[in-house]
Ligand binder design. Structure first.
Ligand SMILES: Nc1ncnc2c1ncn2[C@@H]1O[C@H](COP(=O)(O)OP(=O)(O)OP(=O)(O)O)[C@@H](O)[C@H]1O
Ligand SMILES: [Mg+2]
Length: 367
């Protein structure tokens, strides 16, 4: 046992839990997971407890752990509050409460003076019609909870689509958001530990296809220091307001009028996977450092250019990736299925040309 060795319990056993454990073992920590099945990506990386084994299994994980974290913002706030009575859970209940519900999240952005698209709560078809009148078209209808990878969303372009949109999202509580005309999509990752140390990664550019992240360019090019500072200020307000401990991600739109917040996630994020080889400390290690009371690591890029390409649906010719000197393969041990995140490829480069050459070699993985 190293002096600061901790037993970390993770609610969830997907790829994020897997990569958290892989970053935490070099620090001397131990891991346990609470997941759905013994086939999940993190299952072989620690003590695995599943919903199906035994009703005491969650309790067993809590008894194992010195500290608990989670993979998903859809984790129950009640559950986290209950566990917190005996074992610290980071990020805490406030971080979950705001980030798992789009209305609370948007209200928080507004209260903190963080610009976001105009929005309105929609609980029935009549309210949707009123919201369209208020916000105008195009607009995006999003369920207030449980959306991911663009699921639970409908872009309404004309008034004759209102009914279809309402049916499409399952006639459930939603928000209608004004459509933001953006130049690029960006995100920023921040980390805070319980000693109130804050660190920030550089803004990155994210390209989506059919609602799924496909490519991250890190750092985003042509970002002046004022924009980076602005993003960090927004993050600092969010971290402090929620008393957040761990990694926090904010997705942003870059517009003619400046940065507009889209949504946040109280966890390590797909747009931060580039940090594994691209930054001095990865987002996974920094999350583990933050929740286990260690000093935070440096966030600067290791080289001028990095990128992350997601492997979606099918693995493809992954042996070709292993032949590239500046590419790093990360597979999640998941079966192929349309639209599923199976792994990612990180690329590092010393010049724009070197980056473009590598991305060209990876074009089979990009839409
Ligand atoms: N108001 C908007 N205006 C323009 N485009 C939008 C808007 N809201 C969402 N989008 C587009 O849809 C994508 C997914 O939206 P959002 O991030 O809200 O959903 P999500 O399902 O939680 O996604 P994920 O979990 O993949 O981040 C955004 O990255 C953006 O490309
Ligand atoms: Mg998003």
């Amino acid at each position: 046992m190293t002096p600061f060795s901790r037993r970390v319990g993770v609610l969830g056993a997907g790829q994020l839990g897997r990569m958290l454990a892989m970053a935490g073992y070099p620090l001397g920590h131990k891991f346990g997971f609470y997941g759905l099945s013994h086939d999940e990506p993190a299952a072989m990386l620690g003590h695995m407890h599943t919903e199906n084994d035994d009703t005491r299994d969650l309790q067993n994980l809590v008894e194992f752990a010195d500290v608990i974290t989670y993979e998903s913002e859809n984790t129950s706030v009640e559950l986290v509050k209950n566990i917190s009575q005996t074992t610290p859970v980071y990020p805490g209940a406030d971080s979950l409460y705001y980030s798992q519900h789009r209305l609370r999240e948007k209200n928080l952005f507004s209260d903190l003076g963080i610009p976001c698209a105009p929005y309105a709560l929609v609980e029935n078809l009549a309210q949707l019609e009123q919201a369209v009148t208020k916000i105008g078209l195009p607009a995006v209808l999003k369920t207030t909870t449980e959306g991911y990878d663009g699921k639970g969303q409908f872009v309404i372009k004309s008034a004759d689509q209102i009914h279809q949109a309402w049916l499409s999202i399952g006639q459930r509580e939603a928000i209608l958001e004004g459509f933001v005309t953006f130049k690029r999509e960006l995100s920023i990752i921040a980390v805070r530990n319980a000693n109130n140390e804050h660190v920030y990664y550089p803004l990155v550019e994210n390209q989506h296809h059919e609602g799924i992240l496909r490519l991250t360019l890190a750092p985003a090019q042509q970002i002046n220091s004022a924009i980076q500072q602005q993003a960090e200020q927004y993050m600092q307000k969010l971290l402090d307001k929620m008393n957040h401990v761990g990694v926090l991600t904010l997705e942003l739109f870059e517009t003619e009028a400046g940065l507009v917040a889209n949504e946040m996630a109280p966890r390590v994020h797909n747009s931060g996977h580039w940090t594994m080889e691209g930054a001095q400390t990865s987002q996974f290690e920094n999350h583990i450092r933050a929740i286990t009371g260690l000093p935070l690591g440096a966030t600067a890029p290791r080289q001028p250019f990095a990128a992350m390409v997601n492997i979606i649906g099918q693995h493809g010719d992954i042996q070709a990736v292993l032949k590239m000197p500046n590419a790093f393969l990360h597979l999640y041990d998941k079966a192929e299925r349309a639209g599923r995140k199976l792994g990612h490829i990180n690329v590092v480069a010393n010049s724009e040309t070197e980056l473009q050459t590598a991305l060209h070699q990876l074009k089979a993985w990009m839409p």
